[in-house]
Design a protein around this ligand. Sequence first.
Ligand code: UDX
Length: 441
Amino acid sequence: MRLSVIGCGYLGAVHAAAMASIGHDVVGIDVDEAKVTALRSGSAPFFEPGLPELLSEGVASGRLSFTTDMAAASGSSVHFLAVGTPQTAGAHAADLTYVNSAVEQLLPHLRPGDIVAGKSTVPVGTAARLAELIEPTGATLVWNPEFLREGWAVEDTIDPDRLVVGTGDASSRGARSTTDVIQTMKDVYHTAVAKDTPFIVTDYATAELVKVAANAFLATKISFINAMAEIAEATGADVTQLADAIGYDGRIGRRFLGAGLGFGGGCLPKDIRAFTARAEELGRAESVAFLREIDAINLRRRDRAVDLVVNALDGVVFQKKVAVLGAAFKPHSDDIRDSPALDVAARLKGLGADVVVTDPQALENAARVHPQLTYEPSLDETLRDADVVVLVTEWDEYRRQLTPEHAGSLVAQRVVVDGRNSYDPVAWRAAGWTYYGMGRP
Ligand code: UDX
């Protein structure tokens, strides 16, 4: 099939490359000239494992191309909308500028029978509004949310847990029946469909809500365990053992019960805020009022980490060398959007510490946003003469490969704040370290 993907960020670039890899002819369209130039030459404009290989294969095969010209969408059977929906500056609602302008620019290129498949995370009600603009062209809008995790985006796109397609009211539609449209979407995802991946056909509102509900649930799970970490801190309990013990209950499950610095990134924080804003518009603010608490618990973990570092330095932070391990919002990503790691680093810098940040992938992005921090690609140099080591992003380099003995041979003082509860306190203490975890004694 010929497909177009509008918006080539973390979501769209991966979607375009993944669709080409399963045999489709794909054109990726983005307004950012530099991004398009990089993608065209087969190189990924951001770090995502497996993506460079897919891009170069796709471009070399001739099945994958990139352009800034929306006219290239003409002739595609399905047009995926994969533009960003960031948090509005100064408010909690999602900013739909990019979605609106992508649709407006796409309209002249739509033919009767085309499908527009929305993948961007949008406030419930958006699809119904966009359908009114799209359907007069004879094209059909479906809402097909994306659940990919950065770092596993290629795998999640080609082999998702589930596929969700929301459709509108058939009576208002032009050229095609719902059955026909759904069949086309199944043809797009033919490899996942052949593996019997659950394929949920629903209405627009449900499809839009599936995405925000899933992210709200994940955020709630993380903040739940971080709330338990706060109680553990007040009582001397160990939140990691608590998570293991409750996680054995199949109804609860251990995944996403990692207590620590909490969640960040381009999705969970802005999605729960946008959900709260949308619920207010719908007159249902109380239904998701708990999400404000989820957000607050999450942000308090950053305060806690800063406090732990200040305490570890006996209250004197000024000109102390703080080695910050991690800048990305999570490992296997160079994404620093709402990164708890960088937030903690910047606050410590603000208190007068001599902060040195290392990260295997995110230093360039971090330096753009926080030029006041010192960045060091070498882990050893970051650790050298440090007064305190702060683990904030649990990359394998810091979590598994770094031993307390090696780190101890470099630092000025053997003091570690483990913001991700990634280290074994027994091993670090045995090597002469003072160890502080998040919700651990
Ligand atoms: C998330 C959803 O997982 C994905 O389905 C959706 O499509 C987009 O949002 P992503 O933002 O890539 O994906 O990151 P994810 O792996 O979910 O982690 C989110 C944040 O939660 C990270 O900051 C991570 O460090 C934190 N986290 C995760 C915890 O603090 N504890 C955990 O146990 C798990």
